[in-house]
Design a protein around this ligand. Sequence first.
Ligand SMILES: NC(=O)c1ccc[n+]([C@@H]2O[C@H](COP(=O)([O-])OP(=O)(O)OC[C@H]3O[C@@H](n4cnc5c(N)ncnc54)[C@H](O)[C@@H]3O)[C@@H](O)[C@H]2O)c1
Length: 392
Amino acid sequence: MNFKRNISIIGGAGHVGFPLGLVLSSKGFKVSLIDKDKTNIKKINNGQIPFLEENSEKLLNSMIRKKRIHATDQLNEILKSKYIVVCIGTPITTQLNPNLKTFINFFHQLKKFLKKNQIVIIRSSIYPGICDKIYKIIKKKCKNLSYCPERIVQGKLILELPDLPQLVSGKSKKAILESGKLFKKICKKIIYTKVIEAELVKLFSNAYRYINFAISNQFYMICQNQNLNFSKIRNIMREGYMRNADIPISGFTAGPCLLKDTMQLSSFYSHKFLLGHSAMHINEGIPKFIINKLENKFNLKKKTVGVLGLTFKAETDDIRDSLSIKLLKLLRLRRVKTLQSDEFYKSKKNISKKDLVEKSDIIILATPHKAYKKLKIRKNKTLVDIWGLIDS
Ligand SMILES: NC(=O)c1ccc[n+]([C@@H]2O[C@H](COP(=O)([O-])OP(=O)(O)OC[C@H]3O[C@@H](n4cnc5c(N)ncnc54)[C@H](O)[C@@H]3O)[C@@H](O)[C@H]2O)c1
């Protein structure tokens, strides 16, 4: 056993931990993926990927053959590792405050197994100031705590990680030096920052994206109220006019990160983050807005509404915090007959996209999977295409 080449990843069967483990093992490290999700542990050890992640299946099987990666639910596995990378979730409560209890409690558990010369790296997106709190919990056993946030787009970690600058911050010189050394093996560029700077860079980045999407979603609502097509107007805005080049398309802005991190930031700013709150009202309000528009036109109880796409974004199988699911729930609460379909997320309730288009009076394109682009939809059907994917 080579302690210095061993890495434990906690939350190792999750969307951040699993692909990170693959990348590190491909550089010669021996990786233990520690997780409490026994189903995903079993899958990983059998060479099956627990969710869609580009380029991961072949790599997983190759790393298993070379005995460089394995998954377990035993936290004491960290005793064998120099590096302990923490990638567990950081959810918010129903009152939109960070749910810090579980995250902090985890470190009380971890402390029992920690040794002086280990390096603990927090990779989850955290509420600013949390690193200081964690440091106070573990410092008697180990002072080497660093914060190196993940900034990839979900599903593309293996592709993106080598090219993204990695932020490295820490509570001790050794933590910073060792974490920098580790990430230099898998990333081209390291940016050293203070812990609070890294915490804010991560939250500002996600809040910035979330607000940007809300701008387009608000424009979409304005256009809908005038029976105008936002996609067309957006195209005209951008044509030969570079200052508008970055305006996003409208759509269901959802998923486990953007809203959550915007609310973590708001909580940090004593809930005075007005832009963040407005963005949340707009983005989370889109399903209800669409239903209200349809209700103004039709008696929805006499219609069948098909929801095309259930995942929170295109080409993934992840429905966490998906607005398609919220839309379906709102429709069902109103006792509207619904049908659902998805290209990647499997459910017994799903039907094929062709059947959905055939059997529905109203089709809501909720996730812009590429497979929907060329769908033929007859003129007697109503299509709601907020993404502008097949509008024309
Ligand atoms: N998904 C992304 O694209 C992304 C990108 C950047 C940052 N992040 C951040 O990274 C963190 C993890 O996100 P994720 O999407 O990977 O979440 P996830 O739910 O996919 O993975 C978290 C994993 O941690 C495991 N876990 C939770 N508590 C545990 C415990 N006490 N012991 C062992 N395992 C435990 C869960 O079973 C799960 O497998 C969050 O803070 C998130 O905001 C996510």
